[in-house]
Design a protein around this ligand. Structure first.
Ligand code: SF4
Length: 312
């Protein structure tokens, strides 16, 4: 099972320059062959001893300069420097604790039918990764139950890049119907599968820029694919639930107009070790409590802390 392993990185910490370096479990794997499928275990590279020249007696005590830098694991994708947040929302930590409590039963549709539950765990790693990507492509504008049904029908025929390319459009359409925008998805799935076969040996790429370059693959899908298929935390996966709820809770400094704008705003301040948790947590919360229309504020533990509760 290619379940995601989340990074245990502590985004808020700093460390001294002279130290051993640890590669966390969320460290980015190498793209390509099947050996790269399992998440890399944390590895530590021992730092060699430094040779010391004889100590010279100093006449005057010298001021000691201690330099700090963000650890490798604390840096964003592409080794961006770690940013110290200058703003964070009021009460967000208590709101998060309350949402975790409300989600403790893990009984929302996303918990049983999300992308990490739709692939064949016994298939070879690159087939599993392809199935993860495909389930994400099917899931946009579609209920989890409908996506899961379509994946079941596709898997019953053996779901691989080759099998999809050998399936005619009409048959593929019937198999995935009634997922949202199924006609477009037939086209995108065919185009993406052809690219995966030609450029990636039937595997999926292991970077967000390469994933979003595939037809029908958006940023949310790319970040979820990185997390579920590659075990890498590349960013916060923001869909309509995450977008709506974080705006209601004022988790963005100012109201945002699109999920992508929300992702950028959240990544400005939310500690990186929470990035992989947020999607599943808030999607389920949005399916059960913080509904798009008529949210169940009376049953919500955040009612007294939620700026939107009064206006809904
Ligand atoms: S109080 Fe209402 S709007 Fe606010 S988080 Fe809870 S359900 Fe959503």
């Amino acid at each position: 099972m290619c379940s995601p392993q989340e990074s245990g990185m502590n985004a808020m910490s700093t460390r001294m320059v002279t130290r051993s370096r640890t590669r966390g479990p969320g460290a980015r794997p190498r793209a390509g062959g099947e050996d790269s499928a399992p998440l890399g275990k944390g590895e530590a590279a021992a730092e060699g001893r430094k040779r010391h020249s004889p100590v010279k007696r100093q006449q005057k005590p010298q001021r000691l300069h201690v330099a700090y830098e963000a650890s490798d694991g604390e840096k964003g994708e592409g080794s961006e420097p770690f940013k110290v947040p200058t703003w964070e929302p009021q009460d967000w930590q208590q709101q998060l604790v309350n949402i975790r409590t409300m989600r403790s039963k893990k009984d929302a549709p996303v918990d049983q039918l999300g992308a990490e539950h739709c692939y064949d765990a016994s298939a070879p790693p690159k087939v599993r990764r392809y199935q993860v990507l495909l389930s994400l492509m099917l899931s946009s504008q579609t209920k989890d139950q409908v996506t899961a049904g379509a994946m079941q029908r596709l898997r019953a025929r053996g779901l691989t890049v080759d099998s999809i390319l050998q399936t005619d459009d009409s048959t593929l359409g019937k198999l995935i119907y009634p997922v949202g925008f199924w006609r477009n998805k037939v086209k995108y799935i065919k185009q993406t599968s052809a690219i995966l076969q030609q450029r990636y040996g039937g595997d999926i790429p292991a970077s967000v820029p390469e994933l979003v370059a595939l037809p029908g693959v958006g940023p949310k899908m790319a970040h979820l694919a990185m997390a579920v298929a590659w075990g890498t935390v590349s960013g916060i996966a923001v869909d309509t639930h995450v977008h709506r709820i974080t705006n209601r809770l004022r988790w963005t400094k100012k109201p945002t107009k699109s999920p992508e704008e929300t992702r950028v705003a959240l990544e400005e301040w939310l500690p990186r070790e929470l990035w992989s948790e947020i999607n599943g947590l808030l999607v389920g919360f949005g399916q059960q409590t913080c509904l798009p229309v008529h949210p169940r504020c009376q049953a919500c533990l955040n009612q007294s802390l939620c700026p939107a509760a009064r206006g809904l």
